[in-house]
Write a protein that binds this ligand. Structure first.
Ligand SMILES: [Mg+2]
Length: 311
């Protein structure tokens, strides 16, 4: 039976609350924005069976919920501040699930420097549904946007691509993963916060729906053509061994950054990203928004720009 809501909040969520939350005891939170900063807001919902598996540990479900939102803040060049949390779970959810879920939240609050401001907890006849609304901040006019790529700019990615899509296949029993690396990349993505790319990157977004589809989003927002070199896409050893072009090009859940960088800014970019692996995988050009794949994988794979879509 679901512990009573007040008891649940006091026990598991109040310890996560920070400045502005009023101890989760009032009707709403009061947030004083940092002086001279713009607020940056983002929300992501995760649903059991759609975004995470019933077998995923509750602490990693919590961490992924924060991290997919933190990745959006990273894509905007923002610094995290706090978040609102809405938890809808079946009545028979065990207290132990809440304890582990809150433990995961606490771990990543500590790691990324944010705290709980408020939210809501309800029961639902459907699967678990967890929504976080993150609040970050940025200097006015310094947010990174998707619209600034120009012909000649390089297309760059952080980290490695395709691991999370392969990790999902592992958790679905479709693939081997002796080290657990791929599954961990699916369950706990790494948001690339704090790179300081204002004035260096001309456009930025995070890769959530697949490399090709998200590249197309940058093309459209910036009104440029783009060539992506399949052979240049950075792969982990596990992804290279898996040899699955569809997972690399159209798999979702990478939560790496996809950036355009003018050639003149490359030294500054490499200096700013000194602690994160970055790889140039393409170049923007004059032309209608379109993605061309250079050095494509052999048949039978067909380049698919649609990637992942819910509808
Ligand atoms: Mg995003």
């Amino acid at each position: 039976m679901l512990p009573r809501e007040f008891e649940l909040i006091a026990r598991h969520f109040a310890p996560l609350a920070g400045q502005g939350s009023l101890g989760l005891a009032d009707d709403a939170a009061i947030l004083a924005p940092p002086a001279g900063r713009d607020l940056v807001l983002t929300a992501d919902a995760t649903v059991e069976g759609v975004h995470f598996l019933a077998s995923d540990p509750p602490d990693t479900v919590a961490r992924k919920l924060l991290r997919v939102n933190l990745s959006d803040l990273a894509a905007m060049g923002a610094t995290p501040l706090g978040y609102l949390l809405t938890v809808s779970v079946p009545r028979d959810t065990m207290p132990g699930w809440f304890a582990l879920f809150a433990q995961g939240l606490a771990q990543d609050q500590e790691e990324f420097g944010l705290h709980l401001l408020g939210g809501d907890t309800t029961s639902t006849p459907g699967p678990k549904s967890l929504t976080a609304t993150l609040i970050g901040h940025v200097a006015p006019g310094q947010a990174l946007r998707r619209e600034g790529a120009r012909p000649g700019d390089g297309l760059w990615v952080t980290g490695t691509i395709g691991d999370a899509a392969l990790g999902l296949q592992v958790l679905q029993g479709k693939r081997e993963d002796p080290t657990g690396f791929l599954a961990s990349r699916y369950r706990v993505p790494q948001p690339r916060l704090g790179l300081g790319l204002h004035g260096i990157a001309s456009a930025c977004m995070d890769i959530s729906d697949g490399l090709l589809q998200d590249s197309m989003h940058l093309c459209r927002a910036s009104n440029c053509a783009l060539t992506v070199d399949f052979a240049a896409i950075p792969l982990s050893a596990a992804a290279r061994a898996a040899n699955d072009p569809a997972a690399i090009l159209s798999g979702g859940d990478d939560y790496e950054l996809l950036l355009s960088v003018p050639q003149a800014n490359e030294p500054a970019f490499l200096a700013a990203a000194a602690n994160v692996p970055v790889t140039r995988i393409g170049r923007f050009a004059h032309g209608k928004p379109d993605v061309t794949l250079a050095n494509p994988p052999g048949a039978p794979f067909q380049a698919n720009l649609s990637g992942w879509s819910h509808f």
